[in-house]
Design a binder for this molecule. Structure first.
Ligand SMILES: Cc1cc2nc3c(=O)[nH]c(=O)nc-3n(C[C@H](O)[C@H](O)[C@H](O)COP(=O)(O)OP(=O)(O)OC[C@H]3O[C@@H](n4cnc5c(N)ncnc54)[C@H](O)[C@@H]3O)c2cc1C
Ligand SMILES: *[C@@H]1O[C@H](CO)[C@@H](O)[C@H](O)[C@H]1NC(C)=O
Ligand SMILES: *[C@@H]1O[C@H](CO)[C@@H](O)[C@H](O)[C@H]1NC(C)=O
Ligand SMILES: *[C@@H]1O[C@H](CO)[C@@H](O)[C@H](O)[C@H]1NC(C)=O
Ligand SMILES: *[C@@H]1O[C@H](CO)[C@@H](O)[C@H](O)[C@H]1NC(C)=O
Ligand SMILES: *[C@@H]1O[C@H](CO)[C@@H](O)[C@H](O)[C@H]1NC(C)=O
Length: 532
């Protein structure tokens, strides 16, 4: 740099500093100063930095926070948010945060159940991957490169726009981010035929703890294995994934049937456990369970919603159901034809199919945001009728908003993939993935404690009906009740308490990979894999 260039550069920096910290000196000014000084384009970098003193800060947080439980005044907030638009900014941020003792929290879609991408008790900055959202579909090779910050809906929209017979087997909720979802597993309406989102990853571009940009070849198979379901935030910043697109039949049929205790819901749910995990891979029979006020008796009752996606026509579906599950009483007029598989997502949430494109591509949360706490389970053996009755009894005792469960049948492809193929281990032998959720409205901390106590009680009741050696949990349904890391060093044995629930025997390989790629534990958070 020439002397005058250097002076001009210093002057720009001076302007940036005055702009960023007009008032009080921020304790993390050093981190920002470092980022700007080390950057080849400090002006561009300054545009992607927000602090509590800048106007963009609260709106960025507002958009990204999905669980209102983490919007309370006492929720610890990031000192700095960086929304990078190029790789070098991420490399610089990693370098400078190491130097200035700020932990990193990586955020793609912000749907983490425990707010782990934007909440921490230690000083931290958020790396918000919002700008890494390109989706580039190659219909010929049936693959796509998808940015970590793209949403599921944007991804699906772009795939189907190219060819409506192509699909990516990810989750339901359109606003979920690819970065968190795929790196924790990711299941949706195609899981019984094609497995998880993470089962369909072919390559990835990441930045490691040393700031190196790596792809599958340069990172090696161990790290590549770990970032497909083993919680990406323990290992690297995921920039984008290359995913396999799968082929879906053009003929798609769906139905939704609502049953209550008055219309035999208990018997039907009991029978469903034997039927749904055993159906053909072309048939997904999802079940949602909640409590409603019956419009006939005015009394509270359990409502079971059976929602189905079938690759094939209505006549065939009715005849399969007649044979396998006649008690459900499906008739042809209950069925509707879908014109593409993405419509099923909108149908699943009970929205008008005409809105499919706009609901998929919207960045606004499909459902209103709420205060919630969720848990997961994997069921190995059908729950006996008396057991189901016990679940109802407790659900009926809980005030509105009612406790909600989704039961997703496994089996088919999910049971064929070996347990060690990727870190997600809940394969053969598991018949149902259970999602348990409690909500409440309002900021009253007493109410929050009461509601969280209720879901814990419900979860321990569920424990009577599942394997407890160890009890299994789904990594993408993060639950800090299972255990957290220490602020300082955490032993592998301590982390195993929660780690074995998410990963069973794959936990040890995750520790091995972590020790290899991040021995100094740069990528540390409340529930990250510790190195040996
Ligand atoms: C309303 C709702 C519906 C859901 N439905 C489903 C569903 O149908 N199927 C399903 O499988 N799951 C579902 N989930 C769970 C969801 O898949 C997980 O919460 C997922 O981790 C969210 O990813 P995200 O990027 O949106 O979240 P974030 O909060 O941004 O990230 C989640 C975790 O991943 C880490 N992370 C994020 N981006 C990166 C990155 N680029 N590199 C490294 N680490 C990263 C974060 O640090 C954090 O630990 C649902 C969640 C919600 C709130
Ligand atoms: C976030 O923005 C929405 C819509 O503008 C607003 O209604 C809400 O109050 C904001 N939430 C917080 C926590 O600021
Ligand atoms: C769409 O993809 C399917 C499955 O790969 C293929 O058979 C079909 O020819 C494609 N259609 C177009 C228009 O490319
Ligand atoms: C409930 O089941 C009983 C016997 O199993 C049957 O006779 C009755 O018709 C069913 N009721 C409804 C509403 O399906
Ligand atoms: C599923 O079907 C297989 C083979 O038909 C049978 O052995 C098994 O018991 C069934 N599982 C359940 C849960 O009914
Ligand atoms: C009562 O409930 C049934 C089934 O849930 C529904 O089809 C019907 O429209 C409801 N009736 C009213 C008046 O809400």
């Amino acid at each position: 740099m020439t002397k005058s260039n250097n002076l001009a550069f210093q002057f720009i920096l001076f302007l940036l500093y005055s702009f960023l910290w007009a008032a009080s000196a921020d304790p993390h000014q050093d981190f920002i100063t470092c980022c700007l000084q080390k950057s080849s384009d400090p002006v561009a970098f300054s545009r992607v930095i927000s602090t509590p003193q800048t106007s963009s800060y609260s709106s960025i947080l507002n958009v990204t926070v999905q669980n209102l439980r983490f919007t309370l005044p006492n929720t610890p907030k990031p000192r700095v948010i960086i929304t990078p638009d190029r790789d070098s900014q991420i490399q610089t941020a990693i370098r400078c945060s190491k130097k200035h003792g700020l932990q990193i929290r990586i955020l793609s879609g912000g749907h983490d159940f425990e707010g782990s991408s934007y909440v921490s008790d230690v000083p931290f900055f958020v790396l918000n991957m919002f700008n890494y959202r390109s989706v580039s579909v190659d219909a010929k090779s049936r693959t796509a490169w998808v940015g970590a910050g793209a949403t599921l809906g944007e991804t699906y929209y772009n795939i189907v726009k190219t060819n409506r017979s192509l699909a990516f087997p990810g989750g339901y909720y359109p606003q979920i981010g690819i970065g968190g979802h795929v790196s924790g597993g990711g299941y949706g309406c195609l899981l019984r035929k094609f497995g998880l989102a993470a089962d369909n990853v072919l390559d990835a571009r990441v930045i490691d703890a040393n700031g190196r940009i790596l792809n599958r070849k340069s990172m090696g198979e161990d790290l590549f294995w770990a970032i497909r379901g083993g919680m990406g935030a323990s290992f690297a910043v995921i920039l984008e994934y290359r995913v396999r697109l799968v082929e879906i039949s053009k003929e798609l049929t769906a139905f939704r049937l609502l049953k209550t205790l008055e219309t035999n819901a208990t018997d039907l749910v009991h029978k469903w456990q034997y039927v749904a995990p055993n159906l053909s891979e072309n048939l997904l029979l999802e079940l949602s369970l909640t409590v409603i006020q019956s419009n006939q008796t005015g009394k509270r009752t359990v409502q079971a919603t059976f929602v189905t996606l079938f690759e094939g026509g209505a006549d065939e579906l009715v005849s399969i159901m007649d044979e396998q599950f006649p008690e459900l009483g499906l008739v042809k007029k209950d069925c509707i034809q879908l014109s593409s598989w993405v419509e099923f997502i909108i149908y699943f949430y009970g929205r008008p199919l005409e809105l499919t494109d706009s609901l998929l591509t919207s960045r606004v949360s499909l459902n209103p945001k709420s205060y919630f706490k969720s848990k997961s389970d994997f069921i190995q053996k059908p729950i006996p009728k008396q057991g189901i009755q016990k679940l109802w009894d407790m659900m009926l005792k809980i005030d509105f908003p009612a406790l909600l469960m989704n039961w997703t049948p496994l089996g088919a492809k999910m049971a064929e993939i070996p347990e060690s193929e990727i870190p997600f281990p809940h394969r053969a032998g598991n018949i149902i993935l259970v999602y348990e959720k409690i909500q409440w409205m309002g900021t009253d901390p007493k109410l929050m404690q009461q509601r969280i106590a209720l879901i814990r009680e419900f979860h321990s009741l569920m424990g009577e009906f599942v394997d407890n050696d160890p009890r299994a949990a789904y990594a993408d349904y993060r639950d800090l009740d299972l255990g957290v890391n220490n602020v300082g060093k955490t032993s592998v044995e301590q982390a195993r308490i929660w780690g074995a629930q998410y990963f069973k025997n794959n936990f040890d390989r995750l520790v091995k990979v972590k020790t290899m790629v991040d021995p100094h534990d740069y990528f540390k958070n409340e529930q990250s894999i510790p190195p040996l």
